[in-house]
Write a new protein. Structure first.
Length: 197
């Protein structure tokens, strides 16, 4: 399995991204060396794609598959792509505050701690639908791990398209998010331009 081993803060610096979007509250004090270099149009498009891939923890091949799927759907391709990435199971758990980072929620899903509509799901890229109820299994709910996580993520804002119950560790998907509900700093039009070349 391919794993991205680049240090997170270093990658955030190179993409001009705030680590808060990844659930990390550290700050990098270093400056980017090449800040005065002119970036080409292709360079800007590539950076936006890399930003989206990095935020959601998706590698190139699955990302391209998401794009192909978004093209076949009705509506704007860029908005469909972001909505699909937002609806990934690992991202929904992160947004609900059941993990400090997306990598942690990915691990929680891998370890079979998650039920979707009462059925065990261990695929982090599973796409949730409106009306789905996601919960943490009973036998692991009381573990120290989840108490620590909720302590850290308790003050995190849950997006309006989700209904999270921190006490019972359940989250309900009220609707598929629209672009206005997604707060990540990515210009999806540049990604569409890059792939449509």
């Amino acid at each position: 399995m391919a794993v991205d081993r680049v240090p997170v803060l270093k990658r955030c610096r190179s993409l001009g991204l705030d680590p808060v979007y990844l659930g990390i509250d550290k700050k990098s004090t270093r400056e980017l060396k090449r800040s005065n270099r002119k970036v080409s149009e292709y360079g800007l498009q590539l950076r936006e794609k890399q930003k989206a891939k990095f935020i959601y923890g998706v590698l190139e091949k699955p990302f391209r598959n998401y794009y192909a799927k978004a093209e076949r759907m009705n509506g704007m391709v860029g908005e469909n792509l972001l909505a699909m990435l937002e609806c990934r199971l690992d991202n929904v758990l992160f947004r609900a505050g059941f993990g400090r980072t997306r990598k942690e929620t990915r691990q929680i899903v891998d370890h079979k701690h998650v039920l979707v509509n009462g059925k065990s799901v261990n695929i982090p890229s599973y796409l949730v639908k409106a009306g789905d109820v996601i919960s943490i299994k009973e036998k692991v709910k009381d573990s120290q791990r989840y108490k620590d996580i909720l302590e850290v993520t308790g003050g995190r804002l849950v997006p309006e398209w989700l209904d999270a119950d921190q006490e019972n560790l359940t989250v309900t998907v009220k609707q598929i998010p629209t672009r206005e509900m997604i707060d990540i700093p990515v210009n999806e039009m540049l990604i569409v331009e890059l792939y449509s070349k």
